[in-house]
Design a binder for this molecule. Sequence first.
Ligand SMILES: C[S@@+](CC[C@H](N)C(=O)[O-])C[C@H]1O[C@@H](n2cnc3c(N)ncnc32)[C@H](O)[C@@H]1O
Length: 412
Amino acid sequence: DLLDPTTCSSGVHGSIPDSRPELSTCPLPIDEDSAFDTGTWAPWKRRPYCVEPAQDDTPGPQFCLYTFEPFRGDRGLSVITTPALAASMVDALDDSVVPPKLRDHPSSLLAAGGQGSPAYVIKDVPKRGKGLVAQRPIRKWDVVLVDYPVMITHMDVFAAVDDESRADLLEQALQQLPEPQQEEVISLARSTGGEPIEDILKTNIFGVELGLEIPHSGLFPIGSRINHNCNPNVFWRYSVRTLAVEVIAMRDIEVGEEITQSYVPLGLSYEDRKEGLKNWGFTCTCSLCASSNSKRAASDKHRERLLDIYHELNDGATGKANLTEPTVKELANEMESLIHDEKLEAQQLVYYGVVARAFMRVGELVGARKYVELCEDLWVRYAGDDQDYLAGMHQLRHELTEREKKAAISGN
Ligand SMILES: C[S@@+](CC[C@H](N)C(=O)[O-])C[C@H]1O[C@@H](n2cnc3c(N)ncnc32)[C@H](O)[C@@H]1O
C-alpha cells in the first residue's frame, strides 16, 4: 500500500524498527545521524548523505541522498529527498511491485527472456538533436516504452539548497550510480549552460511525485530523448507505486514518424507555449507555432473560448450560474467542435467530466449518462489500473446512478 509519510515518519530518527513492532511494516526515516547511531541504512546500499536547506525564517527539512544500486535490473537509482519521503518509497524499490504487463514489455530490462525489440529507435533528427522514431507501426493506446528513473530529486532542492551544496549533492548522486548509467546520464542533452549535471537535469527532467503527491523531478534515460511537439502523439503515465513511466500512444504512429510529447500543458496559447518552452532553450517550430500570424491568432481565440466554455459549464455544474438544458447542449456542441479543430482530444476527459456534471445539474440525465461513459472510458485509458486516479470518476458515476434511480421511481 502507498505509505503515508506523515504516519511513517512518526518514529524519531534513530529508532530501531525491532523496538517498534507496530511500525514493522512502515520503514523508518533514515538520515546521517540515525545511520550513524544504528549502523544500518537498509535497504539503501550506502549511508545517506544529507545537507541542510539554506536557512531563512522557517528552516525546512534536511535533504539526503539515497542510492539503491540493484534498482530494476541493476540500473541503479539515486534519490535526493527528505528522510520521510525516502522511507515512503521503499516498497517501490522492489521489482516484485512491477506488474507483469510492465515487466514483460519489449522495452523492459526486467523481461524474463531479456529485453525484446522496442517499437522505437533513438536517432538523430533534424534540428532537434536525438529523438525517438517509430520502427514499427504503433496503434493508439499502445504502450510505446516503459522506463524507470535513474535520478529523482525533490523540487525544493533547486530553490532551498545553496548552489554549492546542491552541486555537491547532484554530483554525488551521479557518482553513486553504476558506471554505465553514469555514462548514459552524461550523454544526455544540455541546453542551459552551467554545471553539467544541473544542466542535464534542467534539460531532461520530467515531473514525478513521491509520497502523497509531493513534487519531484525524475530523470529517465530513454524517455528524456523524446522531443517536444504541440500536437504530440504520446503522453506519459507515471506510477508512484512502481516508479515506472509508461509512454502511451494517443493516436496511431506510422513507421519513421517521430515520437513526440508536449513539454507544456496542452491547450495553451502561442505566447504561453513560448514562455513555458523557454526553460528548454529552443524555439518551438511545431506546425502550430510556425503557422502564419492569422492562423495562430485564430487558434489562440479557439483555445480561449474553450477555457471560457469550461468555466461556464463548471459554474453551471456547481450552481454558481443558472444554466438551462439548451445552453448546456449548445456549449457541449461548441466545445466538441473546438476540441476537434484544435486537435485537443487529449483534453476531452476534463471537458467531458464537466459537461456530465452540468447535464446532471439541469436534470438532463440521458446527456449526463452519455458524457459519464465517454469520460470514464478515457479515464481508464489515461489512468490505467491506478484506482486512486479513478476515484473521482467512480463518485460521479455513483451520483448519476442514484439520480437515475430516483427519476425512475418518480416517473413510475
Ligand atoms: C528532453 S531533451 C529531448 C532529447 C534531445 N533532443 C536529445 O538530443 O537528447 C530536450 C532538448 O531537446 C531539444 N528539443 C526538444 N524538442 C525540440 C523541438 N521541438 N525543437 C527543437 N529542439 C527541441 C532541445 O534542445 C531541448 O532542450
